[in-house]
Design a protein around this ligand. Structure first.
Ligand SMILES: [Zn+2]
Length: 175
């Protein structure tokens, strides 16, 4: 991304809001806030960037350093949301996928339980508890597989035999 300032752009309507960074459903909120509140004469300069392979200019925030203003994300959505969203944006930038790799299949991911944390739409599902020891968290698909085994009266693959091959994974689960 190549950052530059908002000055010189034709209008606020030209600015795109990338929901991967601002959050699901945030684009209309941010655009409406800017349209109703933003005053380039008294408020910090908006920072925009071009994104490779995507048209338009994309909003990064504003340059509030040394001003009385909070970061734009914090001002619009509040501090708690902003902190969580910045963490997500950093993970995205580092190409880190959310969630934890399942120890049983080594293919799927689950989202660990964190008190008070809100799950995003595109996050992996919460974990299942493995029937092998009733203590290990596994992905929900593996949880289903163990349940099916149990109902069928089949033995469960013990942890020593993990990772198991997941049906449909073409053996990718076997590392
Ligand atoms: Zn799994």
């Amino acid at each position: 991304m190549e950052g530059r300032s908002y000055e010189g752009l034709a209008s606020l309507a030209d600015i795109q809001v990338d929901e991967r960074f601002w959050g699901n459903g945030s684009a209309p909120v941010v655009k409406e806030w800017l349209a109703e509140n933003y005053d380039p004469d008294t408020m910090p300069t908006l920072q925009v960037a071009s994104i490779a392979g995507r048209e338009g200019v994309w909003l990064l925030g504003w340059n509030s350093d040394g001003t009385e203003y909070e970061p734009l994300l914090t001002l619009i959505f509040g501090e708690q949301y902003a902190r969580r969203q910045l963490d997500r944006a950093q993970a995205l930038a580092a190409h880190v996928e959310p969630g934890v790799v399942c120890p049983r299949c080594h293919v799927n991911r689950y989202m660990p339980y964190v008190p008070g944390q809100v799950r995003e739409l595109d996050d992996p599902a919460p974990p299942a508890l493995s029937r092998v020891d009733n203590a290990t968290h596994i992905c929900s698909q593996c949880g289903d597989a163990e349940a099916m085994n149990d109902f069928a009266g089949l033995p469960l693959p013990p942890k020593e035999d993990w990772p198991v091959v997941v049906p449909g994974s073409f053996g990718q689960g076997r590392l």
